[in-house]
Design a protein around this ligand. Sequence first.
Ligand code: HEM
Length: 402
Amino acid sequence: MTTVTETAAELFAQILDPANRPDPYPLYARLREAPVAPLADGFFAVSRYADIAALLHDPRLSKDQRKTDIPLTGAQRIEPRPFLFLDPPEHDRLRRLVMHQFTPARVNALHDRIVVLVDGLLNAHHDQSRLDVVDDLAYPLPVTVICELLGVPREDESRFHTWADTLAHSLDPDPDQKIDQAALFAGMELRDYMQKLVAERRAHPRDDLLSGLAVGEDPAGRMDDANLVNTMILLLIAGHETTVNLIANGALTLLRNPDELTKLRDNPDRITRVVEEVLRFEPPVQFIARFALADIEIGGVTIPRGSGIRLMLAAGNRDPARFPDPDRFEPDRPDNEHFGFSGGIHYCVGAPLARIEGHVALAELARRLVDPQLVEDPPPYRPNAVLRGPIHLQVDVDGWRD
Ligand code: HEM
């Protein structure tokens, strides 16, 4: 038992090690050998597809760490808790109010806007032989979209960028509490910033999601200021810290699979399948946390009540028991029910929006770039283990199609 424990903990330490960020998948495969892997910080990792799928729908699992004795760190300390970190009924109430703002009219308008934005971002580099997919497209697109959707001034990006990055990083396990203090500070700064904006929109509403939540007549009720501020912070971070990785991971995967890039260019309808396969193959959110409200038995091992659980979404997505030939990028695979957007009651609110951004950005890259080549493979990665993706993705091109 001791050796198993040491091996799992050691494996997980390697997963967290930034040196392994470019390719954690062999480590996930070893983690999958046991149904439950006890980790050094008292959490238990679950990595097999069937087990993750069952746990995502298991009401004995909570998102609310306050229901355990595990000390709160990072983004977990923000009060009142954003609904990502709440259980029903409060989770459902707040989530419903947000969902009501994602009207079909608003999402459709976003589609047209995303087409214009992608066009403009790529036109700006049309005469260049090298582009950085992250700096030039994957980052500015989602940040602009989420700002416009929420009603956060785009020109404030340089102010909230570092706070959002720090909070996003605090989702990582943080054994030496290096990120913790910075996250607390970033949370306070971002809250001050949002408080001013909320007050502004309550006084002068516009046609944006913040105004809708602030002054709208939703039969489900209205959010008080504190919940509104923290919901906005959640949406701002969730809306751009993840989509950047979908676009960058997608571009990287297509460049590594030039046949797929050509097929996509010749048949743009493939983009739906391509994006779903990117979400399986290189998911922007690699693992998520839950907390056991009861003893949970998996494959003969009992996870004691009060423990933390890490659902290793990226490992489940590569489980050969669920996906034949899982380490192959294969957009044509049937029945591609991946965990890219999680599952159950916390299934990603922004999935339709993220999909539109991924479709437009990747299809347009495939169409426009003539003979694109990666400058560096693997590219440099952000240090984050949970929200994993390249920090830069330089590509040389022979030219651009109109
Ligand atoms: C490719 C991009 C995205 C990915 C991969 C992604 C992934 C995820 C995942 C895995 C979760 C569930 C976490 C859990 O179960 O613990 C989640 C939740 C959430 N996402 Fe996303 N997301 C993306 C884009 C977005 C966007 C664009 C928005 C906002 C417009 C957004 C808003 C949210 C919110 C509010 C939640 C919390 C849902 C809840 O707790 O009920 N996400 N996302």
